[in-house]
Every structure is written in structure tokens, then in C-alpha cells.
Design a protein around this ligand. Structure first.
Ligand code: MN
Length: 702
């Protein structure tokens, strides 16, 4: 390469003369890097500054703006010298500092794994990491110069870098349409990766080229020129050899020999207007015989990187095939420089951001008439340039693609459900971050798990992947089920005990009666509230219901809530409240307020599940009130009458009594009695408990 022989000052001069008015800034950047890289040398033994200078010159060749060129000069100072971002910003402005920082960031991405699928992700990662597309272009220029000087590295390293270039960087150059760079990157990689094949193709091209050029100069070009002149079309005609890698690829793709590749040299015709392109095509087809199936209209149907041209292959003198590419000047500029052409158009207008380029691309695509589906072309380009995805690494260096906004929890579930379910914390690039941290492209993510950690409902507020959402919900549902089961069992046991019912087969009988598929489902229904305890209680005590109807309290009075009086109410039949009890009112539909005693099981249930229905009520009672008590005693002759006597002496009437005797000599006696209030009832209970043989006397709830 001629570049090698140039001295730094000469390269600098060559760059500066192309940026009138920007010489001072470029000069300053050069002096800055000369100082910063002072002690560094390239492997070739050259002064280090040759590298950034060469990178800057490649950028100047692409007609990039001065900001990008300055960024190219400075691109290695953050990575290789003591320079800070702030220093760059202060000296060269934010745009330049951002470009250098972006290039440094991309440089830190490690390509450990170049399987095809991963390579595609790496390409996307690079495009996504760079907010400013100029960063990618500087990186491509950097890579191009490194490839040109790759010979100084050890073989192993050469292979690795060449592979990476071919898999990652050349396709990016292709995607951005920067043909000049793509071609050089591919040929240089080809040389290092497949030296024998490279040599074969190169010598074949060298041998055939002279002959081909002669042929074109003698028979083809004069004939075309003549016809174009006659038609009054001004055109630039040139020819250019196909690049070596693409020739080799063609022999592989079509399974042909090198001798069968007919388009080693393509003839390129650049004209003023789109209309002229088609006129020229017509002329060529009238002069030479077109080869069927070889005509391609990339003007109507641009390639996905927005490449436009007419291609045709014809049979010329002596039956030789010649390929023509016909395009406008603008198409030509874009075909060579791709997205970089944007800066060439808007010289001196300051910097361009992603938004602007995007608008430019949109215009471009919308102007393409008859395009198959411009929005599709645009969407795929936009997706890659301004990605909806983030690209992150596992601690092992594997690359994962997650939707934008993904968090460490999404990452954890992506790896494995169990890791998600036990995700206790996360480190990003070695630092602890909150679980709702939004991952960014290039982040390396490590999940900290703990066997005790469980998914939290809060996670649903920030996860974005459907896998994470589904798994968290699944887990929470399972937990809820377990809670419902244990609640259901507890409620069931309390009802059973309070009604004094035996355990055996009760659940199975209920299941059959209520038509549940399993006992577990019944318990679940009870625990979740789908089956109300009162319904169960009603069912279990249905035989007593008619009796309970008769036992309704004759007492009444007035109820007020927050000073509001005259409220319709009933006394709960489950707990039979008496004056002096701590009273709560439950709002019902149609029956007004039901008053419950604070220990009532139904009340507890309602409080837990429908707290909004429960109100603290004030009750001004009137009259006497029936309530129920249960006495447990050692069964002996005469005990029932002694208890009855103590009740009567305590000033109460027995309205009903039921006595059951269990096998082991214990009697359970339930009484319905009337009292004037809580104090009266407590007195009675104490009196009854003092009767010999009585073990316990308590209020009875049902
Ligand atoms: Mn570099």
C-alpha cells in the first residue's frame, strides 16, 4: 500500500486540504494524538499516529464530515492513553467525544463465538450500541486499516481478526451500503483466511484482466460511446474489476470454474437522470444481444441497503459476455459510499444524527416508485440501525437478544425458569443493580440466585418478556392455590368444630352434595371465597334451621352508625349478640345491617375478605336477648338438672337444650337461654362453671 510510505505530515496535509475552514481543528487533533500516543509504536515499527491518521484519511475518502474525521484521529485515545471523555469534550466538543466513546465501546465487545446466528447478533449489537451511525463508520475505517496492516500479527491472531472482519464488519459495511469498504474488508479477510484460493483467484484475474481491458477498449466502449452520443446522452463510462472475494464466492455459489466467470470486469455507465438510465439500457440492448434472465432493475426494486442500478449482461463481439451497470450520479455515490454518502451531500451543514439520517432514508424509499414494499425495506433497516432490541452477554460471553426495556429478571427467566424463580439480585458489568434496571446493549449480566428467593408480584410491573410474565404468573398462581388450600382447611375445621360435627367422611359427603370434583376443589373454593362459609354452615345445620327460626331474639333496639340512626338491622343468627358485646355491622343487600359479635366466625371471614362491608355499629338495645351456650361436663347423674337450676337462679330462662353423650363419659350440653346483656351472660357462665363436674362453659357460635 502506498500509504505505508507516506510520512505523518503528508497524510495530514492530504486530509486538511479536503476540509477548507477546518484545518485548525484537524491540526489540533493531530497535535493532541501525537502527544498522547508519543510512546507507542505499531507492530510494524511505525509511529503509532500513522494508524489514526490513516483511519482519518479513509473517512475523508468517504467524504465524511470534519467531525467524523476528527473523531477518526482521536478514536484510540480513550482506550490506549490517559485521556478522559471530559477532556475530549472540552477540547473538541460533545459530538467528537461521543464518537470516540462509541468506538471505544464497540472495541470492548468481545466476539468469542462466531457461529452464524451469533454473528448476526454481533452485527446488530454494533449497530445498536452506536447511537450515532458515524461511530460505526469510524469503526469500519479503523478495522480497514487494521486489516491492511494485519501481516504484522501472529498467525492465530490474524485468523481471528480476519474471521471477525468477514463475519461481522464486512456485512455491516454491506448493510450500510459502503461498498468501497466492504470490498476491501472482504478481500483482505479472504487473503488471510483462504490464502491458497486467494492466490489462485488473484493470479487468474491478473492474467485475464489485460486481455479483458483490451477487448473492452477496442470493441465495446467505442461502440457504446458512439450510440450514446447519437442519442445526445452525456455519460461517464468506466470499468472496474469485480473484487476477488466475490469472484470466488460466485464460483462456489454457482459451482463453476474461474474461467466461467464472465463479469470479471463490469462496465459502468453513470448518467444524469433516471430516465437516461432506461434510455441507455434500450440502446445497449439494441446494439448487443441481451442474455435472457440477466436483466435486473434495482432502480424500481432497490436492494435492502438501498443500492440502485440497472444491471444487464449482453453478448458482445466474438460472443463474449459483458456486464453493464447503469445508474445516476446520485445512485453511484450511494453505491460506493452507502450511508456515508449522506455526509457527502450535506457538506458543511453540521452534524447529522440518527433521526436525520432516518428521515433521509424515508424520503429516499418513498421516492422509489413501484418499489415492492418500501416500508418493509425501511423497517428492516430501521430495526437494525435503531434497534428495538438489546444485546447482552452472559458471564460466559454468550450473546442474548432481548426486547428493549428488558431487566435482569427477564434475562434470568430467559436463561432458565429456575434461575428466574430464585433470582435474588443482579450484577451488570460487575456492579450490583436493582432488579428493575433496564439492560443496555453490551451489558454483561450476572444473576445472583438464592434458594430462598421467590418471585414477587412486583416483578410483573417491570418485566417485558412474555416468558418472564408467564412464569411469574404461574408461580404466583401456585402460591395462591397453596394459600387458598390452607385457608380453606382452616375455615372448614373451624366450622366443623363449632358445629360439633365428627370428622369422618364429612368432607366426602359435602363434596358429593355440592358436586365438587374432588375434596381439594371444595377446600379451594372455600379458601378462595367462591364457596361462602355461611352456605356451608347453613347446609351443615339445616336440620336445626326451623328451630333457629323460632329462637329468634325478641330483643331489639336501635342501631346507629356514625351518628346516623334508624338503620334497619337484624341480629346475626350465627352468634346471637347480646347487649354489651363488641358489635360489628355487616352491610347486606335487602336485609339492611346484620349485627355480629366480634368473635363470630362469619364476621371474621367477611372482615378478611370483604372488609369494606364491615362497619363499627352502635347498638342501643332493648328487651331480653336469646343466646346459646355449650357446657362440657363429666357425665354423672343429675348434672343436667344442677346446671338448669343454676341458670334459673341466675335469672335466665332455658328455651331449649340438647345433650349429647360421648363414649368416654363426657356430656356436651347446648342451651338456648335469654339474658339482659353481656354482664348477665358472663355471670351465668361463671355460675355454671362452678357446678361440680363442669369442665367448660362457653358461648356457642354456629
Ligand atoms: Mn484503532
Amino acid at each position: 500500500m502506498a500509504l505505508k510510505e507516506l510520512k505523518p505530515g503528508e497524510i495530514l496535509e492530504d486530509i486538511e486540504k479536503r476540509y477548507p475552514g477546518e484545518e485548525e481543528r484537524i491540526q489540533r487533533a493531530f497535535e493532541f494524538i501525537s502527544e498522547k500516543h508519543r510512546d507507542q509504536k505499531r507492530l510494524s515499527g511505525e509511529p503509532y499516529v500513522i494508524h489514526p491518521l490513516s483511519v482519518a484519511r479513509i473517512l475523508a475518502d468517504l467524504s465524511m464530515d470534519a467531525t467524523t474525521v476528527v473523531g477518526g484521529l482521536l478514536h484510540d485515545v480513550l482506550e490506549d492513553t490517559e485521556t478522559t471523555y471530559e477532556e475530549l469534550e472540552a477540547l473538541f466538543g460533545k459530538d467528537v467525544a461521543d464518537i470516540v466513546e462509541g468506538v471505544t465501546k464497540i472495541g470492548k465487545i468481545r466476539f468469542r463465538n462466531l457461529r452464524e446466528a451469533q454473528a448476526e447478533n454481533f452485527r446488530k449489537l454494533i449497530l445498536a450500541t452506536a447511537k450515532d451511525i458515524r461511530v460505526v463508520i469510524v469503526k469500519l475505517a479503523d478495522r480497514l486499516h487494521n486489516m491492511r496492516t494485519l501481516g504484522h500479527h501472529r498467525r492465530e491472531k490474524r485468523i481471528r481478526i480476519a474471521e471477525e472482519t468477514l463475519e461481522v464488519y464486512a456485512p455491516i459495511a454491506h448493510r450500510l451500503g459502503i461498498w468501497e469498504i466492504k470490498r476491501s474488508l472482504e478481500d483482505l479477510s479472504f487473503k488471510y483466511l483462504y490464502p491458497k484460493e486467494y492466490e489462485k483467484v488473484r493470479s487468474f484475474v491478473n492474467q485475464s484482466l489485460g486481455d479483458l481491458e483490451d477487448y473492452l477498449r477496442k470493441f465495446v466502449i467505442p461502440r457504446v460511446k458512439e450510440e450514446l452520443q447519437r442519442a445526445g446522452i452525456s455519460a461517464e463510462i468506466s470499468y472496474r474489476p469485480k473484487h476477488l472475494y466475490s469472484i470466488w464466492q460466485k464460483t462456489i455459489r454457482k459451482n463453476i470454474d474461474l474461467e466461467e466467470v464472465h463479469d470479471l470486469l463490469g462496465v459502468r455507465i453513470v448518467v444524469e437522470s433516471v430516465q437516461d438510465c432506461y434510455v441507455v439500457l434500450g440502446i445497449i440492448h439494441s446494439v448487443f444481444k441481451p442474455v435472457p434472465g440477466k436483466f435486473k432493475d434495482y432502480i424500481s426494486l432497490p436492494k435492502s441497503n438501498l443500492y440502485q442500478s440497472l444491471h444487464t449482461t449482453v453478448v458482445a463481439h466474438k460472443g463474449r459476455m459483458v456486464e453493464f451497470q447503469i445508474r445516476t450520479r446520485e445512485m453511484h455515490l450511494r453505491a460506493e459510499k452507502g450511508i456515508a454518502a449522506h455526509w457527502a451531500y450535506k457538506e458543511g451543514k453540521g452534524s447529522a444524527d440518527g433521526e436525520e439520517i432516518f428521515a433521509w432514508l424515508r424520503n429516499l424509499v418513498e421516492n422509489i416508485q413501484g418499489s415492492r414494499n418500501p416500508s418493509e425495506v425501511l423497517d428492516s433497516l430501521k430495526r437494525e440501525l435503531f434497534s428495538e432490541e438489546v444485546f447482552v452477554f452472559t458471564p460466559h460471553g454468550d450473546l442474548l437478544v432481548l426486547p428493549r426495556g428488558a431487566t435482569p429478571v427477564d434475562f434470568a427467566y430467559y436463561i432458565h425458569t429456575e434461575i428466574g424463580n430464585h433470582c435474588a439480585g443482579a450484577k451488570v458489568n460487575g456492579r450490583l443493580v436493582p432488579l428493575n434496571y433496564r439492560l443496555r446493549s453490551g451489558d454483561q449480566v450476572e444473576i445472583i440466585t438464592s434458594p430462598h428467593k421467590r418471585p414477587s408480584p412486583d416483578w410483573l410491573k417491570f418485566v417485558v418478556t412474555s416468558k418472564a410474565k408467564t412464569r411469574i404468573k404461574q408461580y404466583l398462581k401456585q402460591i395462591e392455590k397453596e394459600r387458598f388450600l390452607s385457608d380453606g382447611r382452616r375455615i372448614f375445621e373451624r366450622i366443623r368444630e363449632n358445629l360439633g360435627l365428627p370428622q369422618e367422611e364429612l368432607l366426602e359427603k359435602l363434596r358429593a352434595r355440592l358436586k365438587f370434583r374432588s375434596e381439594e376443589e371444595l377446600i379451594l373454593a372455600l379458601g378462595s371465597g367462591r364457596l361462602s362459609p355461611s352456605k356451608l354452615i347453613a347446609l351443615l345445620s339445616s336440620k336445626k334451621r326451623s328451630r333457629n327460626e323460632k329462637l329468634r331474639s325478641e330483643g331489639g333496639g336501635e342501631v346507629s352508625i356514625d351518628g346516623l340512626s334508624g338503620i334497619m338491622f337484624e341480629l346475626g343468627r350465627c352468634c346471637n349478640p347480646v347487649p354489651g358485646d363488641e358489635i360489628y355491622g355487616v352491610v347486606t343487600r335487602g336485609k339492611g345491617m346484620i349485627l355480629h359479635e366480634s368473635n363470630c366466625l362469619n364476621l371474621r371471614y367477611i372482615m378478611e375478605n370483604f372488609p369494606e362491608k364491615v362497619l363499627r355499629a352502635k347498638w342501643k338495645p332493648q328487651g331480653r336477648f336469646k343466646t346459646r351456650i355449650r357446657v362440657t361436663a363429666r357425665d354423672r347423674i343429675g348434672i343436667l338438672s344442677e346446671i338448669a337450676k343454676s341458670i334459673a337462679e341466675g335469672g335466665s330462662n332455658i328455651w331449649e337444650s340438647v345433650t349429647k353423650t360421648t363414649g368416654d363419659g363426657v356430656a356436651v350440653m347446648d342451651f338456648t337461654i335469654d339474658v339482659s346483656g353481656r354482664e348477665h351472660l358472663d355471670d351465668l357462665i361463671r355460675t355454671i362453671e362452678s357446678v361440680e363436674g363442669v369442665e367448660r362453659c362457653s358461648r356457642l357460635y354456629s
